[in-house]
Design a protein around this ligand. Sequence first.
Ligand SMILES: [Zn+2]
Length: 315
Amino acid sequence: MRLLKFLQANRYGNKRLFIFKAAKIWIMILAISLIVPCGYSKQIPPIVLSEKEFIVFKVEISGPPHTIDGYNTGAFDATVVPPIPVTSYQWTWEIGIGAVGNNPSVNFSTPNQETTTIINAHWYARPNSRLLAITGWNCEYKINCEITVGGITCNDPTPHIWRVYLPSPPATTSWPIITGMPVIGIREVNGNDEWYVTGVGDLRRTTPEVISYIPPTSQFYYKIVIVHEGRHVEQLTSMDPWQNLFNANSLYNNTLINMTSTISEADLEQQIQNAINVQIASDKLTAEMTRIDAERDAFNQSNTAPPDYLEVDIP
Ligand SMILES: [Zn+2]
């Protein structure tokens, strides 16, 4: 009824493009609509309101272009042109033909409303391979909405392309560094001032930090952040050779504790800082040279964790 009232109100308005009264055209377009299924061509379907009137409409989908696995999306909108009262909305998705893995799925928050969001974006594998080198980080869904007006159902002939991805890299682990400064004292040696190291002060090795670019709701959070990056933390904390890199205590006991200056406190601080910088540079070089071993070891751990996708084999 609202639709009829709307159309009657606009009968003599600027809706001439959409409302026709000529029975001749009505018969012609009705015939076309029977031949061309709605929503699968550019053909705009007619809605028959009476023997003398009908309206044509089209559907346009808009929404976010991409979302990281595990996040909820912003709004997807189904717009009917011209704006007429809609009987029902049904949001749909598809991925096209071809073998895939990891169970593609789309969970609409409000599958029967004009606006919806997608809950927990889900990455799937195309083709169905466990290897990142074959699938890459991205997958693609086609999002659409079937809209019914006056008994005619129509969708957008060009569905909205929405990608789900994991950023590269999805997470990292920062190396520790040596930071802080030992305590410096002054004493007299052979009648001259001498600055020397009296204690470890706040000199220390920082702890390795995991930085995640995927949310805890991602299906890969456990595999990548907890297991893989967790293994890197373990390497840097308690496994050779990495646990011995950036070792502030051994630098202090072997080198810094014996440093002195007869010039000034600032001079001794500079000597200490230089020694720290040399140690950091040397340890970074070792870390780089053993990175492949660290990754092989970490992937050996994370490849056994579900889901069995986005995996890397290091020989
Ligand atoms: Zn790694």
